[in-house]
Design a protein around this ligand. Structure first.
Ligand code: GRG
Length: 303
């Protein structure tokens, strides 16, 4: 009998992201209402609603659905992920760290509320994230919730985000950083939270260990690709701003993937990582459409 060629049914990623973003915004708005002491909550909400893409919550919701769960089961964890992502940006922008005045085109938290409140609202977002998962997660067996809390704490602390940030700070201005150090920084500073975003949704839905493992590989690969592409965009943007040679000189001080491999090879590596990420999704079939599209969306930024 004749097999019709497999027709890829269209998937509208833009509409999907818009819908999920709106759901996450609404849930975050309910999770962190403006209350006493107002300065603190204003500061928390200022950065929480400063225009982030909500990539981490959306990944978490997507894998929960992929593994047979519902959006509602994962929403408290999705919000917690955004709270933690946000607090890491608030602290990263502080004078003691990157000392940035602007983020996403807006003044940074400490520029508006002062360093003291910026530090404290970061602390409040970090602790509240865990409280929120424990208190608000419904219709999920407690052992899964506990697993998510432990994995999230691990991804954020010394073994994850914080450890990556420390190695990054210690590497500043150093020539001859190794590829191992560069990989360590990115897998910890950026990769760990992306990985737990993907894995936590699947855990909440009760996915098998093998499926969690596949999704973890997917996340690690898109995390690294995301970083490589970010480095490329940094260079191409700088070159556009300053003219080709000035851009090159500026970048020479910092070890990045393109400074190590060149831009073309970096693009090739990123593409390969995205292909590996997508290959991990093969067993999930149709259900993996959002994750496949998100992977492609990340590479599309590099052109
Ligand atoms: C105590 C958890 C804790 C943190 C302190 C400051 C710090 C340690 C770590 C810094 C982590 C950091 C700034 C990582 C970079 C993450 C990154 C790639 C941000 C950009 O992500 P997008 O594009 O951002 O998802 P939007 O703006 O869309 O949210």
């Amino acid at each position: 009998d004749m097999q019709l060629p497999q027709q890829a049914s269209p998937f509208d990623l833009k509409a999907y992201l818009r819908e999920r973003q709106a759901q996450v915004e609404a849930a975050l708005d309910r999770a962190v209402p403006l209350t006493y002491p107002e300065t603190l909550y204003e500061s928390m909400r200022y950065s929480l609603f400063a225009g982030g893409k909500r990539l981490r919550p959306i990944l978490c919701l997507a894998t929960c659905e992929l593994a047979g769960g519902t959006i509602a089961m994962a929403m408290p964890t999705a919000c917690a992920l955004e709270m933690i992502h946000t607090m890491s940006l608030i602290h990263d922008d502080l004078p003691a760290m990157d000392n940035d005045d602007y983020r996403r085109g807006k003044l940074t938290n400490h520029k508006v509320f002062g360093e003291d409140i910026a530090i404290l609202s970061g602390d409040a977002l970090l602790t509240y994230a865990f409280e929120h998962i424990g208190l608000q997660t419904r219709d999920v067996p407690a052992d899964r919730v506990l697993k998510v809390i432990v994995r999230l704490a691990n991804a954020v602390g010394a073994a994850g985000l914080v450890g990556g940030q420390v190695v990054d700070l210690e590497s500043e201005g150093k020539a001859n950083l190794s590829l191992e150090t560069l990989n360590f920084i990115h897998t910890h500073k950026t990769g760990a939270l992306l990985e737990v975003s993907v894995v936590s949704g699947a855990i909440l839905a009760g996915a098998s260990e093998a499926d969690v493992q596949r999704l973890s590989h997917y996340a690690q690969n898109i995390g690294l690709a995301f970083q490589i592409i970010d480095d490329i965009l940094d260079i191409t943007a700088t070159q556009e701003e300053l003219g080709k040679t000035a851009g090159k000189d500026l970048q020479a001080q910092k070890l990045t993937y393109p400074s190590l491999w060149g831009i073309d090879e970096s693009r090739r590596q990123a593409r390969q990582l995205i292909e590996s990420a997508k290959a991990e999704l093969a067993p999930f079939g149709e259900q993996a459409k959002p994750l496949l599209a998100i992977a492609d969306f990340i590479t599309a930024r590099s052109h």
